[in-house]
Design a protein around this ligand. Sequence first.
Ligand SMILES: Cc1cc2nc3c(=O)[nH]c(=O)nc-3n(C[C@H](O)[C@H](O)[C@H](O)COP(=O)(O)O)c2cc1C
Length: 192
Amino acid sequence: MNEQSLSVREAIIQRRSVKNFNGQPVERETLMTVLEDAKWAPNHGNREPWRVVAACGKELADLHTVLREFGVTKWKDLSEDELTKQMKKFTAPGAYAFVIVPEDVRQKERLEDYAAASAYIQNAQLLAWDLGIGSCWKTPPFLDAPKFREALGVKPGERIISMLQLGYFDEMPKARPRKEVDEFVTFFSSNN
Ligand SMILES: Cc1cc2nc3c(=O)[nH]c(=O)nc-3n(C[C@H](O)[C@H](O)[C@H](O)COP(=O)(O)O)c2cc1C
C-alpha cells in the first residue's frame, strides 16, 4: 500500500468537487488505474452495470469540439471572448469519464443499477482524490440529447448518468456546510 494514501475517512471528508481545473493533463495510465480500481463498487447480482467512455490526451480535442457544439446552443449570444471563457469549463479538465448505465425495464433493477453506478462514480472520485486529482460529477441536460448520445456511441436502453470531469487544480474548493448528523438520523422506535 502506498504509505502516502489517505485513509478512507480522510478521502471521504476531504474530497471536494473541483470546478477550477488548471489544465494539466491526466495521464492515460493514471486515469485507467482510477477507472479500474473503482470497479470494486457494490452491485447487485454482479451485473457491474456501468461502462465508461473516457477521454484524455489525444481524444480531448475532438471531445471539446463536440462539447462546444452543445455549449454553443446555450451560449449563442456570447461574444467570441466570452465563449472562450465559457469553454474553459470544458477545456480545463485533464480527463473525462462519461459513465453509462443500462436502463433495465424492471424498475427495481434499474434503480439498483443506477445506485451501483453511482457507487462506482464515487469510488472513482475518491481514488482520484487520493492521487491529487480533483473531479466533478456533472449532469448537463445535453447528456440526454440524441446527437450527444450518438457522438458517444450510447445505445438505446443506455443512459449517460455522469460527465465526470477530472484534473489537477491549484485552489482547494471550499466545503459548503452539511447538516449535523442528528438532523438526518433518527433511531428506530417501535412507537413509530
Ligand atoms: C448526481 C450529481 C449531479 C451533479 N451535477 C452537477 C452539475 O451538473 N454541475 C455541477 O457543477 N456540479 C454537479 N454536481 C456536484 C455537486 O454540485 C457537488 O457534489 C456539491 O456541490 C457538493 O460539493 P462537494 O462534492 O464538494 O461536497 C453533481 C453531483 C451529483 C452527485
